[in-house]
Ligand binder design. Structure first.
Ligand code: SUG
Length: 447
């Protein structure tokens, strides 16, 4: 088998809920306090992953994290005879803090790490840097456990290296692959890595919404991954897009192979950005730009529909690339009409399909947020923990696992229910066995 782009989807955790926790994310703010369905959410995610695996794409999974995160609450001084008592004490003393420590936000695997394939790195290994996600409290507690997950799945140091998160400091705010795109002739060839940052971490920022990625964070990741400076590009996200709710670059831009599909407003200085990409690609490949004008899709519709938070895929059996967009893209007039024109044309994208990931979408997470892309050659693919590959057997075990352990609904009134602690642990404990992550994988099992 040739070099492939594997998609690793974040499994939606048992405490999936709408906490209104994410700054600059309009869906999260608008749905705060509504009742979520963790079971529907996890089944939607599994169905999307299974659909790609069935099509012949390489599809893996990343485990959810322990939530409520009791170890972290103990670090903050909450105590109790049992972990359920710690949880009750935290909910009583500070419901907002408790809500942060309950979020299932690790489902958005595009924020798990930045990944550079071996074709781009100095030592030929796949490099991962777990994102520190310091802009929001509920996400800033993901990094150390993400590192553990990546180390258990990509354990072979001959092929993979998992770095530490960047310092937990505002100048190094890092959101992982959501602010990074890669362009190349095909997945296995050397490519151009494009880091899209929101702000200079050493300059003041006083806009309505935070810019979650800094230039300094992007530069640090590029350096430690051993990328060639002449094949690496740093581009600023447009301030107007951030103001309009594009809190990550992947809300307005996605790539696959040589194709960059993006909104007219995605970059602060579009012409300079596209020139820099072309220059970095010289001698490797010709970039193909598919720019969507604001006159056809207003930025508000791009954010509402998440048309760019699609997976852009090289689909087995299709001669042109396929967009896997959220259902909301079909339901939004301008984006639905745009998609019809797009596939009717003779450009690089020949098909648009839709996925129902509504539970995640209500928190601002589309199909592309739910997956981490990892380019793997044959030997690297064989070195991955085989228990995380999606196939008929894993799909069957995980759907029955989810039906057994996940609540049908979870709303604000359920936050204080102490049984949520043991319930979530029972689910995750069983999952460590299914995904063969090791009995000490979750912090609740550490002594
Ligand atoms: O960080 N939402 C996530 C959504 C992340 C989407 N990821 C990408 N674009 N790659 C965020 O804003 C909402 C949680 C809540 O409000 O309960 C949240 O964290």
């Amino acid at each position: 088998m040739a070099t492939v782009e594997a998609n690793f989807d974040g499994l939606i955790g048992p405490t999936h809920n709408y906490g209104g926790l994410a700054p600059g994310n309009l869906a999260s703010a608008n749905n705060k306090g509504s009742v979520a369905s963790p079971r529907t959410g996890v089944l939607e995610g599994l169905a999307k992953a299974k659909r790609l695996a069935d099509a012949g794409l390489t599809q893996g999974l990343l485990p959810p994290q322990e939530r409520p995160y009791i170890h972290g609450l103990r670090q903050l001084g909450f105590s109790g005879a049992t972990d359920a008592a710690v949880w009750e004490a935290a909910v009583k003393a500070d419901p907002k803090l408790a809500s942060d420590f309950m979020s299932a936000s690790s489902m958005w695997a595009a924020n798990a790490a930045t990944v550079s394939p071996g074709a781009d790195t100095a030592d030929g290994r796949v490099h991962f840097t777990p994102a520190n996600l310091i802009t929001a409290l509920h996400r800033s507690i993901e990094g150390f456990q993400t590192k553990r997950a990546l180390q258990r799945i990509f354990a072979d140091e001959a092929h993979f290296t998992v770095h530490d998160e960047l310092p937990h400091q505002s100048s190094f705010a890092d959101e992982g692959a959501a602010n990074h795109v890669r362009l190349s002739a095909d997945h296995g060839s050397e490519g151009v890595e494009v880091f899209v940052y929101g702000r200079d971490g050493f300059a003041p920022w006083d806009a309505k919404f935070p810019a979650r990625q800094t230039l300094q964070a992007s530069q640090a990741v590029a350096r430690s991954h051993g990328l060639k400076p002449e094949r690496t590009v740093f581009i600023q996200q447009s301030k107007a897009a951030i103001e309009a709710g594009a809190f990550h670059n992947d809300v307005v831009c996605v790539s696959n192979g040589p194709v960059l599909f993006f909104h007219e407003w995605a970059f602060e200085d579009k012409d300079a950005a596209l020139d820099a990409i072309c220059k970095a690609a010289e001698g490797l490949f010709e970039p193909i730009f598919v720019e969507v004008p604001a006159s056809e899709v207003p930025i508000a519709d791009a954010v509402k529909s998440y048309i760019f938070n699609s997976q852009l895929l090289t689909w087995p059996g299709e001669s042109r690339q396929v967009v896997l967009a959220p259902e909301e893209t079909r339901e939004t007039e301008s984006t639905n009409a745009y998609c019809e024109r797009l596939v009717a044309g003779n450009g690089p994208i020949g098909k648009v399909d839709f996925a129902d990931v509504r539970q995640s979408m209500r928190n601002g997470g589309g199909p592309a947020c739910l997956r981490l892309r990892v380019v793997l050659d044959d030997a690297q693919r064989q070195a991955v923990n085989p228990a995380v590959w999606m196939n008929d057997g894993l799909y069957t075990s995980l759907t029955s696992w989810a039906n057994k352990h996940y609540r049908e609904s979870l709303g604000p009134d359920d936050l204080g229910d102490p049984s949520i602690v043991d319930e979530s642990r029972a689910a995750l404990d069983e999952l460590t066995q299914i995904l063969k992550l090791g009995p000490d994988f979750y912090p609740f099992q550490r002594t």
